[in-house]
Write a protein that binds this ligand. Structure first.
Ligand code: UDP
Ligand code: MG
Length: 332
């Protein structure tokens, strides 16, 4: 993929304020995006005199674009309009690819990630951490099914994956340039960002936070979306599902050898009155099911391999408007 080479360098001295890039993915956030950007701008101005806000419009069908335009000049906004809805993970990648700052902050555009935490994040960075990630401290307001599903997902990942994906960590985070450059080197199309952040490593610290209410509209991630995301994560970071079926296959083979021995002995000792049609039918149905299920799991992995070999770009940019030029010089 052709993304412009970045001019920033890794900042070694952390005593002076860094150049900050703030990446905000936005999908149908028209109702509140303008006031959000104004608030974000005010917060960033207190932290550094060089910052940019990159808004990635992920193919919104509402007036997000117009609303961003109303505040973009005042708020040092760089506007990236994707050619369609590519999903949050791709939108974040687009923002990260274009961010020039020594420090990059990822933030949802719906007020759920508290702006008040940005100074604390920056202080942790100053004290030497390369990545500061927000961890949801309280999931009580979420439905039981969602909490249960999330728990199951993390259990599975913890059991097998070579990397440790921190529980309840989201995309709300601050990253040093080192981390951003490392992320940009990862070529995969399947951007399970939570896994990738953990994979690159670096000195990281968790910052607990309680997500605020969504400013307006509703979450784009319903249960089905979350299920898809979990599957993307599992297939990208563990091969446990494949191995489970090898184990079950081995057990079934051993059991069938024992059963064959038993049938032989039974025939030799008691003769053969040909019973067992029920055993046959049940066995046949059970094992056909097991086989189809395991082929399905193989297919999931194979499908992902196919996605990767196609090497399509992660996102396409239809519009790139840099309103923030004056406050954020290109000479970084
Ligand atoms: N988002 C996006 N593309 C999508 C869905 C969501 O860029 O296809 C953005 C959305 O505008 C928001 C962030 O990702 O800034 C989080 O989305 P949302 O609030 O819907 O999800 P949740 O907060 O429930 O994780
Ligand atoms: Mg949200």
């Amino acid at each position: 993929m052709t993304t412009p080479p970045l001019k920033s360098e890794i900042k070694t001295d952390r005593s002076t304020p860094p150049n900050i890039s703030c990446v905000v993915p936005a999908f149908n956030e028209g109702k509140h995006i303008a006031s959000f950007l104004t608030d974000l701008h005010a917060t960033l101005a207190r932290l550094s005199d060089r910052y940019e806000i990159i808004v990635v419009n992920d193919g919104s069908s509402d007036n997000t674009e117009e609303m961003v335009a109303t505040v973009s000049t005042n708020c040092a906004v760089r506007y990236l309009g994707l050619s369609r809805n590519f999903g949050k993970e791709a939108a974040l990648s687009a923002g990260i690819d274009h961010a020039k700052g020594e420090v990059v902050i990822l933030l949802d555009g719906d007020y759920q990630h508290p702006l008040e935490l940005l100074p604390e994040m920056l202080n942790l960075w100053k004290s030497g951490y390369d990545m500061v990630y927000g961890v949801i401290a309280d999931r009580r307001h979420e439905s039981l099914l969602k909490r249960w599903g999330t728990g199951l997902f993390y259990n599975l990942m913890e059991r097998d994956s070579v990397i440790d994906i921190p529980r309840n960590a989201g995309d709300f985070r601050l990253m040093d340039r080192k981390v951003v450059d490392a992320l940009r080197q990862l070529p995969e199309r399947n951007r399970f960002m939570k896994g990738l952040y953990a994979w690159v490593g670096y000195k990281s610290v968790a910052l607990p936070f309680v997500p605020l209410e969504r400013a307006s509209g509703e979450s784009s991630f319903r249960l089905r979306g979350l299920g898809k995301l979990a599957l993307a994560g599992i297939t990208a970071f563990t091969t446990l599902p494949l191995r489970i079926w090898s184990g079950i296959g081995a057990l079934i083979s051993i059991a069938s050898i024992l059963y064959a021995l038993y049938v032989m002995l039974e025939t030799l000792i008691f003769g053969n009155p040909t019973p067992g049609w029920a055993t046959l039918t049940v066995g046949l149905m059970f094992f056909s099911g097991v086989q189809l299920f395991s082929i399905g799991i193989l297919g999931e992995y194979l499908g992902r391999v196919y996605e990767e070999v196609k090497m399509r770009p992660l996102y396409l940019i239809a519009q790139d408007l840099d309103h923030g030029k004056t406050s954020y010089p290109d000479t970084l």
